[in-house]
Each structure stands twice: as structure tokens, then as C-alpha cells.
Design a protein around this ligand. Structure first.
Ligand SMILES: [Zn+2]
Length: 146
């Protein structure tokens, strides 16, 4: 008997792996190219793009190719263009947020390292400035208080 848990017939073409690929909303507006998973055919103007995949197709729709080598779609409905534009925007926003966060952390780390470095340097030129050296008989409490 055949096992019931097989990857049976619903959904169609669920090959695992690249789940995001093909689920992009923009696929509604273009067709995949046979034997070329990076190819798209625009449903509006029929333009065939042999490379770049779905993201390039989106640039085709919103006229915003960073490399400027994608033909613009002349027949895309403004509504659809707006939608795709929004999608791209959302993506950029998410990305930007993440980047900022990482940069923040890096800045913090840098700050800590910088601070440490300064301490070391100051301690090094052992003059009589008591900048960091607390009197030995000082109570720990008094250091932080104040
Ligand atoms: Zn088009």
C-alpha cells in the first residue's frame, strides 16, 4: 500500500526549495518562460525578458530598473504599477530597517572599543593626572554615586 504521507497531488509543482519563487504577487502579471526560470513574459505588453526573473519584471512594470537596461512597460495599468511599486517599497523599507539596526550595533561596539582604547592610552602615559585612577581607599559606592 502506498504511504498516505506522500507529497501527493495538491497544489501542483511544489518542489520544495525555493518557496518564495513563484509565490511573488508579481507572477500574476507575467508568465514564466519554459526552460528558463529567470525568464518572464509580461502579460500586459508581451515583452519577453530572458533574465532577471521576477524582480526584473517588477522593474519593467514600475519603470525603475537600477541598471536601466530593462524596457519599460507601456501598457501596465496604473493600478498594477502602483501595487508593484508599493511592494518594492515595502521590501526596501524592511531592508533599510534591518541595516540600520546592524549599523547601530556596530556603532555601539565601535564606541565601546574606542572607549577602551582611550583608557589604555591614558593609563599608558602614566602621569599624575588621576583621571581614571580612583584612590585605593575609596569605597566602591562612592565611585558610582555622585
Ligand atoms: Zn510589459
Amino acid at each position: 500500500m502506498v504511504s498516505a504521507s506522500g507529497s501527493g497531488g495538491r497544489g501542483g509543482g511544489g518542489g520544495g526549495g525555493n518557496g518564495m519563487f513563484g509565490r511573488d504577487l508579481a507572477w500574476k502579471y507575467c508568465s514564466p518562460v519554459e526552460r528558463n526560470r529567470n525568464g518572464t513574459i509580461c502579460n500586459f505588453c508581451g515583452l519577453l525578458m530572458k533574465s532577471g526573473g521576477i524582480s526584473r519584471f517588477k522593474y519593467h512594470l514600475v519603470h525603475r530598473d537600477p541598471n536601466n537596461n530593462t524596457k519599460k512597460c507601456l501598457t501596465v495599468p496604473p493600478k498594477v504599477e502602483g501595487k508593484i511599486r508599493e511592494m518594492l517599497h515595502e521590501k526596501n523599507k524592511a531592508k533599510a530597517k534591518k541595516t540600520t539596526h546592524i549599523e547601530e550595533i556596530q556603532a555601539q561596539l565601535r564606541g565601546i572599543m574606542l572607549a577602551r582604547h582611550t583608557h589604555v592610552m591614558d593609563e599608558d602615559d602614566d602621569e599624575d593626572e588621576e583621571v581614571y585612577m580612583y584612590p585605593v581607599d575609596m569605597h566602591p559606592d562612592e565611585r558610582d554615586g555622585d
